[in-house]
Design a protein around this ligand. Structure first.
Ligand SMILES: *[C@@H]1O[C@H](CO)[C@@H](O)[C@H](O)[C@H]1NC(C)=O
Ligand SMILES: *[C@@H]1O[C@H](CO)[C@@H](O)[C@H](O)[C@H]1NC(C)=O
Ligand SMILES: *[C@@H]1O[C@H](CO)[C@@H](O)[C@H](O)[C@H]1NC(C)=O
Length: 156
């Protein structure tokens, strides 16, 4: 009994976990939120998960292991993936896709139930690095020149 009250107080006053996640425009990012595997066994229906953004807009809810994102803010429609196979391991992370610069903000997760979690993820969105493949061209030219210098030049 004392323990229960103590746990409740700790849950209410403990500092949130703070995480920074980086994503690229047009790609996706995973925001973590979980409770230990051992805490959820056989009690999955007792946990509710609330995902909100920093303006308190609804990103997604997972109520008793059912995704219920019905009053979701329109800007998150069709963009939020949850992972039902992971729920039973206590993992209620979500994935936001089609990232835009305007998505860069904080996302807040609250897990309530026999054990709690409060995690704040700060998302940074950057432009995709320009032409990942293009870096190969200069080095190819450098290789060619060094080949010419070392193999051809001695014979001239
Ligand atoms: C809360 O969730 C975060 C992100 O998954 C994790 O790093 C942290 O360990 C969790 N805290 C507890 C008490 O389970
Ligand atoms: C969640 O889904 C399960 C299985 O589909 C169902 O039995 C249960 O009633 C649902 N719970 C809620 C709170 O909607
Ligand atoms: C939770 O699930 C997500 C999505 O599958 C995954 O990316 C992440 O690594 C998982 N986290 C843990 C702690 O297993």
């Amino acid at each position: 009994m004392i323990n229960g009250v103590f746990a409740l107080l700790l849950g209410a006053f403990s500092e949130p976990v703070r995480v920074t996640v980086k994503g690229f425009v047009g790609e996706s990012a995973v925001f973590p939120c979980s409770i230990p595997d051992s805490e959820i066994q056989g009690k999955i229906e007792k946990f509710n998960v609330h995902w909100r953004d920093n303006e308190d807009k609804l990103v997604c809810d997972i109520i008793a292991s059912n995704r219920t994102c019905t009053d979701q803010d329109p800007k998150y429609k069709f963009r939020v993936e949850t992972f039902p196979d992971e729920y039973k391991k206590g993992n209620f992370s979500i994935k936001l896709s089609s990232l835009q610069k305007t998505d860069a903000r904080k996302y807040i997760c609250h897990i309530t139930g026999p054990s709690q979690n409060h995690t704040i993820t700060e998302l940074h969105v950057e432009d995709k690095p320009e032409g990942r493949g293009n870096h190969r061209q200069p080095s190819l030219i450098v290789l060619l020149i060094s080949f010419l210098l070392t193999c051809i030049l001695p014979f001239i």
